[in-house]
Design a protein around this ligand. Structure first.
Ligand SMILES: [Zn+2]
Length: 160
């Protein structure tokens, strides 16, 4: 099997267009939850692919959070975190409402992260919130940035 060098491809709307450099076979594929992986073509070429990061990549995460608004103080747990938002569940019901401005506090490692967020949906005890950007150069932003980065894994995708 011949192995090609790394090719950097554009990550558009969660998909990328792969084209084999030997046989020209091409296919639009769904971006995996990883930025580096390999694509195997039936012609025998194995290509390492690197995608650019999606800012909306959502990392599955189970982290305890405190949710604080003017009328509500509660505890919850995240289901996923991205640069732009957090979703999860919380312990009390019907006290959070769409449009509420909240603070969401949690720790990554030893670092306390305080998000200023707006509640975007509430459904039973599940919530989704859109987060403002954390202060530039802050330890929290750096820590979160690393945390939500998609993993580099050796996945094999088949081009067929
Ligand atoms: Zn090929």
């Amino acid at each position: 099997m011949i192995e090609e060098n790394i090719r950097v491809l554009e990550n558009e709307n969660g998909t990328f267009l792969f084209k084999c450099s030997k046989c020209d076979k091409q296919k639009r594929m769904r971006s995996p939850n990883s930025l580096k992986f390999k694509v195997k073509c039936p012609c025998g070429i194995l290509t390492s692919v690197k995608l650019n990061a999606r800012s909306d990549y959502r990392k599955t995460a189970n982290i305890p959070v405190k949710i604080i608004s003017q009328k509500f103080r509660g505890k919850g747990v995240t289901t996923n975190i991205s640069n732009k938002g957090i979703s999860g569940s919380y312990s009390a019901r019907h006290e959070l409402a769409v449009g509420d401005q909240v603070k969401i506090e949690y720790t990554i490692g030893e670092v306390l992260v305080t998000e200023h967020a707006t509640i975007k949906y509430v459904n039973d005890s599940n919530f989704g919130a859109k987060c403002e950007l954390l202060p530039q150069y802050s330890e929290a932003r750096k820590k979160k940035g690393f945390f939500v980065m998609p993993p580099d894994q050796t996945l094999w995708l088949k081009l067929e």
